[in-house]
Design a protein around this ligand. Structure first.
Ligand code: HEC
Length: 108
């Protein structure tokens, strides 16, 4: 879809995921080694983009429509979501990916 309408940007009002658990998982998986992530102690990496306000961004990695399902799929396997991009596959189970996505959507 063409355009920058706010209406179809991310808005996971009924997305099921545990944001609090997601924050712990982000620490455990060391996402902060590559990303600057608000609210996560020590997460100040600069390999990938900062995740400030990623919850309201329109695209993931510049290509993928930012929706809860797409975000969870990205975290689960970024190489499947966008082959060849610089974020490695980390072997994150679906449940963990959804909880992490839930946390990321608190960043507005
Ligand atoms: C080895 C470094 C590395 C690690 C570890 C890593 N990422 Fe990434 N990540 C990247 C890079 C590089 C990109 C940019 C990909 C692109 O835009 O093509 C990225 C992109 C992203 C994006 C999209 C950001 C945007 O601006 O569109 C999200 C969300 C994300 N990562 C979340 C995570 C989470 C959550 C974790 C931990 C589970 C994680 N990343 C671990 C390197 C990493």
């Amino acid at each position: 879809m063409i355009g920058c309408g706010k209406a179809d940007a991310a808005g996971p009002d009924n997305f099921v995921g545990d944001a609090k658990r997601g924050a712990d998982l982000i620490k455990n998986y060391h996402c902060g080694g590559c990303h600057d992530i608000p609210g996560i102690a020590g997460a100040d990496g600069n390999v990938g983009p900062p995740l400030h306000r990623v919850g309201t961004r329109t695209y993931i990695a510049g290509y993928i429509r930012n929706s809860p399902d797409n975000m969870a799929a990205w975290i689960e396997d970024p190489q499947k979501a966008l082959p060849g991009n610089a974020m490695p596959r980390m072997g994150i189970p679906q449940k963990d990916a959804r909880d992490i996505a839930a946390f990321l959507y608190t960043l507005k």
